[in-house]
Write a new protein. Structure first.
Length: 154
């Protein structure tokens, strides 16, 4: 396991504060070195038992990828492609984080709604267990954008 340097720790802490400002219910956790995900240290968000989001810094740019989890046992079944956010310390990073969280929540809800077929009587249970936090995250991102004077698409 690699030790985390102060600069990386501060960067992860700073983006954690941005995430918490957008959605105070999300509790990002720092995960060290992952060869599977190709970064040394990352920040993991768990918006649903079906998806984890990993954020990390690569060449002074924030990166993220989705980690899809199996509905039956929670094991990883798909690691998404790396995607970019903003450069480190970019003035619009907070806006990008809010848009990213809103989009990630919407994508998660649409993905699950398209893939999981459940009897009508268990729809509320599936929503409560797997989608409520993703819906809150999407709504929180959109609300943050509106509160801070940005146009928010839905």
């Amino acid at each position: 396991m690699f030790s985390i340097d102060e600069l990386t720790k501060q960067r992860l802490y700073d983006v954690s504060r941005l995430i918490n400002d957008v959605d105070g219910e999300l509790t990002p956790e720092i995960i060290a070195a992952s060869t599977e995900l190709a970064f040394e240290h990352g920040l993991f968000l768990h918006p649903s038992p079906l998806r984890t989001i990993a954020l990390w810094v690569s060449q002074d740019v924030w990166m993220y990828r989705y980690i899809e989890l199996n509905i039956v046992d929670g094991s990883v079944y798909k690691v998404g492609e790396p995607q970019t956010l903003a450069p480190i310390d970019h003035p619009l990073l907070a806006e990008q984080v809010a848009r990213f969280l809103a989009r990630a929540g919407r994508e998660l809800i649409a993905s699950i709604a398209d893939r999981i077929i459940v009897p009508r009587e268990t729809v509320a249970l599936v929503f409560d267990e797997h989608l409520a936090s993703a819906a809150r995250m999407a709504f929180s991102g959109r609300a943050w954008l509106t509160r801070n004077g940005y146009a928010s698409e839905w």
